[in-house]
Design a protein around this ligand. Sequence first.
Ligand SMILES: [Zn+2]
Length: 189
Amino acid sequence: MLDSDSGDAAIIDANLEPSAVIEVARENQAKVRAIILTHTDLDHIAGLVDLLDAFGPVQVAVHGAERDVLTSGRPLRREFAVGHPKVDQVLDLVEGEPFRAGTLEFEVLHTPGHSPGGVSLRIGDLVFTGDALFAGSIGRSDFSNSNPDELLEAIKGKLLTLPGGIVVYSGHGPATTIEQERRTNPFLG
Ligand SMILES: [Zn+2]
């Protein structure tokens, strides 16, 4: 996410292709102010070390319920006990408290259920939903630390209630809108 006026940028999630993210940031001469994590599944944090190498010691932020995944390197999932990158300095994302990254200001929505500390981040007419809400689908909630009821409650109570024109960028797959998901998402009838 780039503020084209100030040049300030925040990276949402540290995916498996950090070099592509680094390239886009450099092409745009972005001043990366923060890396904001929607949750800590490996495919959302694997690029963290490379991103921090490229951009220096920028802020890393995550919901408190998954903070120790980063600070201790503990795997998020019992099912995938592989090594996670370890980061010492982590800021908390707190529902209802805006998170600022330079001139960018995100509204933090706690949308757990796929994982305990799942968050969605709204800025202007956009919302980044991590692995909570996808175009035409929703996140997996069959892991030992998932909760399908919480996931549906969060999506219906905090995301589908947003203005319909808001564009949804999820953790996987194409963009969509709140209105489109309200009308057609088969998991949210
Ligand atoms: Zn995930």
